[in-house]
Design a protein around this ligand. Sequence first.
Ligand code: SAM
Ligand code: DTB
Ligand code: SF4
Length: 329
Amino acid sequence: MSTQTLTPYQAPKPHPQTQYWRVCQLEELFALPFLDLVFRAAQVHREHFNPREIQLSSLLSIKTGGCPEDCSYCPQSAHYDTGVAKEQLLSVEDIVEKAQIAKDRGASRFCMGAAWRGPKPRDIEKVAQIIRAVKDLGLETCGTFGLLDEGMAEDLKAAGLDYYNHNLDTAPEKYGDIISTREHEDRLDTLGKVRQAGLKVCCGGIIGMNESRKERAALIASLANLDPQPESVPINQLVKVPGTPLEHAEDLDWTEFVRTIAVARIALPQSYVRLSAGRSSLTEAAQAMCFLAGANSIFYGDKLLVTPNPEEDGDKLLMDKLDLVAETF
Ligand code: SAM
Ligand code: DTB
Ligand code: SF4
């Protein structure tokens, strides 16, 4: 995989929402003939980005398992027996070692996830130390630690955090079917705090949770109507983990995944759209179609948080075949 850059890196800036998206408008996009939709999304992508560049983010679970929340998709919830062992917060040294490896392999951003409903004040102190150390390696930093209390986003920003990942996960109307321990409004509240503190927002969702196409459109509408829009939008396909309530969710056809990427690209024209969890079950050709439809970021590294992701070597090969280059930061 070449790391040659075609355009100098420019950190994304918050861009105001230019249009309020109604769910029915997004359903109309979903219903376009497949190749027309992909073509339209590819045009939007080319207006705002160099389509040969892919942003590479590596993920690390810094505190694993035993989460008190009951998210039906999540292998780390203490409510389900998924075989994920509970681990304490990793040490700064262990995390820095993993971050250095990710950097050496070509990642530009290091995303750290914690299986918390939200951090306690003492966790913020430790996490701030971790962020400072990762930032010192010259990587962009991203954290996903759950719901934040007053002042926490400011503390994370002061430690050098660039992005906060906090997903809306599913359509507002479906939220209660998937999670009972918090509400959609709680997520919006934390997103507001994150924005207010001057952090960049990474906010996306999961498809393949037995939702209807209308609900997929409603998820994208809720992301696109955030004002300003999120700089980064991870689109995850559910990883069906045995023991979770969604382990037998109905399979989504790959074309529906590509359609979702395309609709996200059209509705969030200036956001990075990340082809996120679920890549292991997509063929190379389907991933290529996602890149054509406007995906311009991936999780890079052989593990997501606790489940597998494609190997780096395979991703490098795929990027070479498609003449894609890693965006450097
Ligand atoms: N606990 C924090 C929270 O929920 O915000 C941060 C970590 S949580 C694991 C981060 C995200 O991982 C979730 O919002 C969800 O989108 C994604 N995720 C979790 N389990 C998943 C699965 N089985 N398949 C796809 N995405 C998943
Ligand atoms: C996001 O949207 N997807 C990532 C990251 N943000 C934290 C997590 C995917 C998790 C997939 C299942 C697992 O490995 O736990
Ligand atoms: Fe906990 Fe986050 Fe998993 Fe929900 S998604 S159970 S909040 S780790």
